[in-house]
Design a binder for this molecule. Structure first.
Ligand code: NAD
Length: 473
């Protein structure tokens, strides 16, 4: 199980195209040996992941704290618990997922039987990002292993502590002849992307998503792109105000300081209701983070000086700076920005043009709540769309009229943890394909259509010569 220790790949210092080619060849040979196909191998690897999650919980949380100063409980819930839930589900359901699915056949092939067989794809590449650097790496690995593939994980260089921890722990706990981690940034990822894979799952920006897809196209490799976008929350006045405010805060500032792909990017609400909503958000923010939120240990910092500078630029732009109704304070040394609300920034402001990915929340006001549909539809389709209301007709209309990767009514973000039964993925600019639970298994499998027949005689019409008599049949 420790093939990598003696592997030729590990003996070299620099990970370049040659190394990447060698690595893929090794994994493909090991895949072709058939070892990763068995139920026993898959279960043994899932059990090893489960053991790692139990034994290394504290180290994982420490690394997440180092990388993004994630509060410990937040790190546990959003990363470790999330990975445990996925792993447990796979352990419990794998036998069932692997079973061929019987389907009925048509009269044209009578007598026959048919089934859909899920077979592993081969060697898959997972490229992940920094904001949930542990769960967004391990969750797809769990899916790829469950489906019986060999896999290379390339974690994000922007979360170096978690990247190195994943490299160490996956090497220690898993079968390295089938599961490998390559650490690195653009050169390493480019070397990996030059190779032929059987599937690539990429999590990150749409800009790099396009690079990944172009590289995959050269080999006709299918891709799952988990991208982002501006996720709207429409807030009606017919709501439980306190619950709404608390849930929006949890889905924005208490979720990695807004550095989450499905965090609330902007709110749309009625003009006459906006002051009430802002007052409720202000009150609950103070309850959660105190009077000086920059000092709060319950809010993560911004990941890097570059991201901090980008966010400050969004706030300081002329079109936005005089629209701040709450917050705006920042501390460059601590890389922290206070929860900040902007009211009615113009459409052309940068903060309404790009995905915010930070603790800034613009509120756009409309005369009628239904006017929000036009605003959302004028933008690329988001990864998630939220609605807060008690109005049943509004809920129906929202589900019917708004297209988004996922949708959540009367809460934010938590649909991502409902792993059982719900797929996670984007649409158009927010991504393609999906994973989580059974959807991961399916995404990393080929669905082979198998028809079984005997040697019973066929109707004459099937075979030439196609005589006029046969045409009349
Ligand atoms: P990014 O695209 O810059 O980086 C992600 C990965 O791509 C990293 O592993 C990085 O090494 C690699 N990479 C970066 N530049 C590359 C290049 N030129 N060629 C090859 N590989 C390259 O992502 P980011 O900007 O750090 O992440 C933020 C984005 O990710 C946001 O848009 C967010 O919404 C999205 N996101 C999506 C999800 C999801 O599940 N859908 C989850 C988290 C983040």
């Amino acid at each position: 199980a420790t093939l990598s220790a003696e592997s030729e790949v590990d003996k070299k210092q620099v990970f370049d195209g040659d190394e990447a080619a060698l690595l893929v060849r090794e994994l493909r040979n090991n895949f072709d040996s058939g070892k990763t196909k068995s139920y026993e191998w898959r279960i043994s690897q899932l059990q090893a992941i489960s053991k790692m999650l139990e034994e290394k919980e504290n180290e994982i949380i420490d690394a997440l704290h180092k990388d993004v100063s994630k509060p410990r409980l937040e790190a546990y819930i959003t990363e470790v618990f999330q990975a445990k839930t996925s792993c447990n589900e796979a352990l419990q359901e794998l036998k069932h997922w692997m079973k061929p699915e019987k389907v009925s056949t048509s009269i044209t092939t009578f007598p026959s039987s048919a089934e859909i067989v899920s077979e592993p794809l081969g060697v898959v590449l997972i490229i992940s990002t920094w904001n949930f650097p542990f769960s967004l790496s391990l969750d797809p690995v769990i899916g790829a292993i469950s489906a019986g593939n060999t896999v290379v994980l390339k974690p994000s260089e922007i979360a170096p502590a978690t990247s190195s921890l994943l490299a160490n722990f996956l090497e220690t706990y898993l079968d390295n002849s089938a599961v490998r981690v390559v650490e690195g940034a653009v050169p390493e990822t480019t070397a990996l992307l030059d190779q032929k894979w059987d599937k690539i799952l990429y999590t990150g920006s749409a800009r790099v998503g396009r690079i990944v897809m172009a590289a995959a196209a050269k080999h006709l490799t299918p891709v799952i792109l988990e991208l982002g976008g501006k996720c709207p929350a429409v807030v009606d006045s017919n709501i439980n105000l306190q619950v709404t405010a608390r849930r929006i805060i949890a889905g924005k500032w208490a979720c990695n300081s807004g550095q989450a792909c499905i965090s609330v990017d902007y709110i749309i609400t009625r003009k006459d209701f906006a002051p009430t909503l802002i007052a409720a958000l202000k009150e609950e923010l103070e309850n959660f983070f105190g009077k000086d939120p920059i000092e709060s240990k319950d809010m993560s910092r911004i990941v890097s000086p570059t991201q901090f500078a980008r966010l400050v630029k969004l706030l300081d732009e002329d079109k936005a700076s005089d629209k701040i109704v709450l917050g705006g304070q920042r501390d460059e040394k601590k890389l922290k920005i206070a929860p900040t609300i902007l009211l009615d920034v113009p459409e052309e402001a940068m903060v309404m043009q790009e995905e915010i990915f930070g603790p800034i929340l613009p509120i756009i006001t409309v005369d009628n709540i239904e006017d929000s549909y036009g605003i959302i539809k004028s933008r690329p389709k988001p990864l998630a769309a939220y609605l807060f209301t008690n109005n049943e007709q509004l809920k129906k209309d929202y589900v019917d009229k708004i297209s988004s990767g996922g949708m959540l009514i009367n809460d934010a973000v938590v649909h991502v943890v409902a792993t059982r039964g719900l797929p996670f993925g984007g649409v158009e600019e927010s991504g393609m394909g999906c994973y989580h639970g059974k959807f991961s298994f399916d995404s990393f499998s080929h669905k082979k259509a198998v028809l079984y027949k005997g040697f019973d005689s066929d109707p004459d019409i099937r075979y030439p010569p196609y005589t006029p008599e046969k045409a009349k049949m």
